[in-house]
Write a new protein. Structure first.
Length: 750
């Protein structure tokens, strides 16, 4: 008999059991368990005969490439403890460092298969030792763990408390505290869906509960009872505009449509509003007039000469950006910031330049820790303008409704299973791009994107518009917004000094290191860390940073001679404002996580060893051997050329600065596997100056608008990628959102 078990484990550890019947061949039986890992379903199929494993295979098409996929591949190679010929009753699945969520999914699914093979379908749970258990787990932050305290009865989950948020973003972990934890307790099950927009943080809490159950002598695989979801259909009629996505773009669109007198409804897949905008610095705003954001009087280069800047923008994008959309940024981004401050209560810092660019146009949210609250306050005020105005969270849009060529609304699904059919005269897409969809990023950009931003930004509605409404795209192949490169898998090990866990990441971003693509060829100059990160996509899905034992010995004694600031900023150990103002106070509890220059990396040998186990460090006694191990046929020739350039102090290929040209030589060689981490995709749908979506024939699709990173390709070029003038992405989000709201309201009033 074939037994089918479905393990519903949204993005972490959940399992729900459904049994079915099938066929049996001889004495061999097939057992299947499917679970949702970080990105989607993870499935194990095993064939067992007389208690022996004949075969066991796992599949997880949506797991993160280079992370969750490592666990899948290792399982299939028999490297995680499950092998053909072994007794199934004594088998277990080992965990893979850096792939905790996928590993846990495999472990839980395999335990269920063991129970099936033993004929054990009872739901009785193993008795636990009553008590309180404190667990340290990782969530969204790549270097700073958080703490969860779990109280258990003999057969119950009594309480779950996040007792120290560590490096988690307050607004994000709060959605887990407010939504996930009560659902786990009320259902007495870890099969509850993770909170959209807080997948990694949800996974951390589920891992903590799982670990506590096992520590208490229970069996965590028994705590995944099926969750019952609703099948209700709710019709919401009579709206002028529906805004899909309530990050910065969607909130701006909602506010402007409301200001224009429209009846507006917004839907957000996450449990909170703000989206990626809640974790960025701030927007580009060209020559705003509000006094609160003015730079010091006499600041050179302010106000900006928009004619000259526009010409430079066109040049920097090789003429590929749409001129009418560049004009929007020149003419409307400043007034949009004024509008947000003066009409909707937002607060921003005075304008400054950003990174290497001289333009005085970058402003940050003034109070970083309450960005989300500013959005909530503004939305709540907008809802008071019309009794129909409202917004729904944990509701994911899935379809655009249309009839006879006219947009008529959307269909969406709530976290509880409820289907919403929202009828409106216009639809504004503000879904944050498609960075959370590995299939789409590979299809359009050619690489598998690693995301620092929000995984709910999966391009569902963008793809729907392309496939069903003949919507056109523009520069959709543009590389993502990437401000940091790190190793392909995060090194998280308590035996390593906390700040030193980022050592390999720092090497990946270092300008005095040789960086090569998958074939062993250089792909960028590398004189600036930003140059490495922004061009990482040119190397492919990953790149290699090549160093020798001489380099490793030097940092062991003397420390790194450079640490890219963003490495300490993106894990929130260093406040974002410290990039602009060195006097910004750093919280005392953050100090141990800040990787500093010239701090001896005394545990580098351990770091290398752990990195090798994780597959992010490859060691060899010669360049030939290293090239063979990493499959980079051109590596030896590249290193030889690079070393000659270092000796001559001249780089004819990339013109790298003399001080950054360091020979790669020694008795051992190391390749460190790095990749860029993106906030978002850049390219998207094709829009005009009214932010109306165009079809493939260049015609307007009436009533459909796409703002923010759903359409930002109109400002960029696939040949040059994102440009760090300072806040282009967020400036376009707020400005295009405002225009979309105004135009959608006007269209609906006709």
């Amino acid at each position: 008999m074939k037994k089918l078990v479905s393990l519903s484990m949204a993005a972490a550890l959940g399992v729900s059991i459904l049994q079915g019947c099938g066929s049996k061949t001889g004495s061999a039986e097939e057992f299947t368990a499917s679970s949702k890992g970080f990105g989607g379903d993870v499935t194990i199929t095993a064939i067992v005969e007389n208690g022996k494993i004949l075969s066991a295979t796992a599949e997880g098409k949506s797991e993160t490439e280079g992370k969750g996929s490592l666990a899948i591949d290792s399982f299939n190679k028999g490297e995680l403890g499950v092998k053909s010929g072994n007794d199934i009753s004594s088998s277990s699945v080992d965990s893979v460092s850096g792939a905790t969520v996928t590993s846990s999914a495999l472990q839980t699914a395999w335990k269920s298969i063991i129970r099936q093979a033993a004929g054990n379908t009872e739901s009785k749970k193993t008795t636990m030792k009553e008590g309180t258990y404190t667990e340290t787990v990782y969530g969204n932050n790549y270097s700073r763990p958080f703490e969860v305290t779990v109280t258990l009865g003999e057969d119950s989950i009594e309480d779950i408390q996040v007792t120290d948020i560590g490096g988690e973003t307050q607004e994000i972990i709060q959605t887990v505290i407010d939504n996930l934890i009560p659902r786990i307790k009320s259902n007495q099950s870890l099969a509850v869906d993770s909170i959209t927009g807080a997948t990694a943080s949800s996974g951390g809490v589920k891992t903590a509960v799982k670990n506590a159950i096992d520590e208490a002598g229970g069996d965590s695989s028994e705590w995944y009872d099926e969750i019952q979801y609703k099948s209700d259909i709710v019709e919401l009629d009579g709206y002028d505009t529906v805004v899909v996505g309530l990050g910065g773009t969607g909130v701006s669109a909602f506010l402007s449509a409301s200001d224009a007198g429209a009846s507006v409804i917004g839907v957000e897949a996450a449990a909170k509003v703000g989206g990626t905008s809640a974790v960025v610095g701030g927007p580009m705003a060209i020559n705003p007039k509000d006094p609160s954001v003015q730079p010091e009087s006499g600041t050179e280069g302010y106000p900006i000469d928009t004619d000259a800047f526009k010409k430079q923008w066109i040049k920097d994008t090789n003429g590929d950006a749409k001129e009418e959309c560049i004009d929007i940024m020149m003419n409307d981004s400043g007034s949009t910031l004024d509008w947000m401050i003066e009409d909707h209560g937002f607060s921003f810092t005075p304008l400054s330049s950003f990174m290497m660019y001289p333009y005085i146009l970058y402003s940050e949210y003034d109070i970083q820790n309450i960005i989300t609250q500013q959005y909530v306050n503004a939305l709540d005020e907008a809802c008071k303008k019309n009794e129909k105005n409202q917004y729904l969270t944990e509701v994911k849009a899935e379809k655009i409704l249309s009839e006879n060529g006219k947009i008529t609304g959307i269909e969406a699904k709530g976290a509880d299973g409820t289907i919403y059919k929202i009828h409106a005269k216009s639809v504004i897409l503000a879904t944050g791009g498609f960075g959370g969809n590995a299939e789409l990023t590979k299809k359009y950009t050619g690489t598998k994107m690693n995301l620092y931003g929000m995984y709910q930004n999966d391009g569902t509605m963008l793809a729907y518009a392309v496939e069903n409404l003949n919507a056109d795209t523009y520069n959709i192949g543009t590389a993502g917004i990437t401000h940091l490169a790190r190793t392909t898998v995060d090194l998280r090990d308590s035996s390593v000094t906390p700040s030193h866990q980022k050592t390999l990441d720092a090497i990946v971003d270092s300008t005095d290191v040789l960086h090569v693509d998958e074939k062993g060829n250089r792909f960028t100059q590398g004189d600036r860390a930003e140059d490495i990160t922004e061009n990482a996509h040119k190397a492919g899905d990953y790149f290699w940073s090549i160093v020798s034992d001489e380099y490793m010995n030097d940092i062991k004694e003397n420390g790194l001679n450079q640490v890219y600031m963003m490495l300490n900023v993106q894990d929130d150990s260093l406040p974002m404002m410290a990039m602009i103002d060195p006097s910004v106070e750093i919280p005392e509890e953050n100090a141990k996580y800040i990787l500093k220059e010239n701090d001896p990396i005394t545990d580098i040998d351990k770091i290398i060893s752990i990195g090798e186990e994780m597959g992010i460090v490859v060691e060899a006694d010669s360049l030939e051997e290293l090239a063979k191990k990493i499959g980079a046929a051109d590596l030896k020739e590249t290193v030889e050329k690079y070393n000659s350039y270092a000796k001559d102090g001249n780089d004819p290929e990339f013109n790298k600065a003399k001080e950054n040209l360091k020979e790669v030589s020694g008795k051992k060689y190391y390749a460190i596997k790095g990749t860029g981490y993106s906030y978002s995709t850049c390219g998207g749908l094709n829009v005009n100056e009214n932010i109306e979506v165009l079809d493939k024939d260049g015609n307007v699709i009436p009533g459909l608008y796409a703002a923010g990173t759903d359409s930002m390709g109109v400002l960029l070029s696939e040949t040059t990628g994102y440009i760090d003038y300072g806040g282009i992405d967020h400036g376009w989000c707020l400005t295009s959102g405002k225009i979309a709201g105004e135009k959608a309201a006007k269209y609906a009033s006709k």
